[in-house]
Design a protein around this ligand. Structure first.
Ligand SMILES: NC(=O)c1ccc[n+]([C@@H]2O[C@H](COP(=O)([O-])OP(=O)(O)OC[C@H]3O[C@@H](n4cnc5c(N)ncnc54)[C@H](OP(=O)(O)O)[C@@H]3O)[C@@H](O)[C@H]2O)c1
Length: 307
């Protein structure tokens, strides 16, 4: 497959998109950002930004002359990707990376999680079907399964990063269940790595990981890095699961985090492991694993350079 040079990025100012934009520019791709007319997002001053309606005509025109389209748009906007895929085909784009960035597609999540993951899996299915139906040489795809956004989640969710000011963490079951995660820079490196290596990554669910870890390892790393013992409160994942099901009955969306905690931390679960080190695609995309202490240090000291 011929080299990819000109890349479109949608969602470039988002939590993940910012990292992808920086990684693509660093990797010497020629990047064009596409955004909605009503967007208030702020982009780097040097970014080339095109604002267009997300219509077939508008997007086809904007995509023309580009080799790849990367979507990092927000979950509530997932269905806007149907028209992006159609426009990519109409414009002769070679690779589409959808805003998937989730868990392994071959793992069965809890049935209660399916309505929340449905938009992403529907987009993925549409993309696969359209790629198969398109004559060669046509569009190809790569989706990125990266598991938890590990450093982002440590800052945002106490179930992953604890209550850092209070030095305490709620631990599910034994705390030994392991799951995989990828750092924001690691995910962005993987996206750039896919586009640098288009042949092997074509029509593939690319599985990446910065780390496989557990709640016990995370809390131990916070204790070591901060030099203070943390208070641990032990919770039963089955009780949390039961509470989540009750919350769903009254449409309480905080159930999502409870369900995710069950998937990731339940003893004997393993549903949060995107791939073993050996089965991952890290090498294919040029991603290195990291250790938990390094990640925790960077979460606590965001300006510290990677070691
Ligand atoms: N695995 C994990 O732990 C994890 C965690 C977080 C996110 N994710 C995934 O990462 C991906 C990106 O998420 P994010 O948190 O980075 O997204 P985000 O910051 O919430 O939003 C990204 C961009 O989406 C665009 N957008 C927002 N509303 C839109 C709409 N109605 N129509 C079209 N575009 C819209 C905006 O771009 P413009 O303003 O430029 O149009 C926005 O900057 C998603 O697939 C999400 O599920 C995974």
């Amino acid at each position: 497959m011929s080299a990819i040079k000109n890349v479109i990025l949608l969602g470039a100012a988002g939590d993940l998109g910012k990292y992808i934009y920086a990684a693509l520019v660093d990797a010497d791709f020629d990047v064009t950002v596409i955004s909605r007319p009503e967007s208030n997002s702020i982009y780097p001053a040097s970014a080339r930004v095109i604002k267009t309606e997300y219509s077939l005509e508008g997007l086809t025109e904007a995509f023309r002359g580009h080799d790849a389209v990367v979507s990092s748009i927000a979950v509530p906007a997932a269905f806007a990707q149907f028209v992006m895929i159609d426009a990519a085909i109409a414009a002769g784009v070679k690779r589409f990376i959808p805003s998937y960035f989730g868990y392994a597609v071959d793992k069965t999540p809890l049935p209660e999680m399916e309505p929340f993951s449905a938009p992403k899996t529907e987009v993925l299915k549409y993309l696969e079907d359209r790629v198969v139906a398109t004559a060669e040489p046509g569009l190809t795809y790569s989706s990125v399964a990266c598991g938890v956004f590990i450093d982002w989640a440590m800052k945002k969710f106490p179930v992953i990063g604890g209550y850092q000011k209070e030095r305490r963490m709620n631990i599910f079951d034994s705390g030994n269940a392991t799951f995989t995660g990828t750092t924001m820079e690691g995910i962005a490196t993987s996206v750039a790595g896919i586009l640098k290596n288009p042949g092997p990554t074509a029509n593939r669910h690319v599985k990446v990981r910065s780390i496989q870890t557990s709640q016990n390892e995370i809390v131990a790393a916070f204790e070591k890095v901060t030099g203070h013992e943390w208070t641990k409160t032990y919770l039963d994942s089955e009780e949390t699961y039961a509470v989540a099901k009750e919350k769903l009955k009254v449409n309480d969306r905080s159930a999502i985090l409870d369900l995710l905690s069950v998937v990731l931390f339940r003893d004997g679960g393993g549903q949060g492991i995107v791939a073993s080190r050996e089965a991952s695609d890290n090498e294919m995309v040029g991603l290195q694993e990291e250790d938990i202490e390094t990640i925790v240090r960077r979460v606590l000291n965001p300006n510290e350079l990677p070691m």
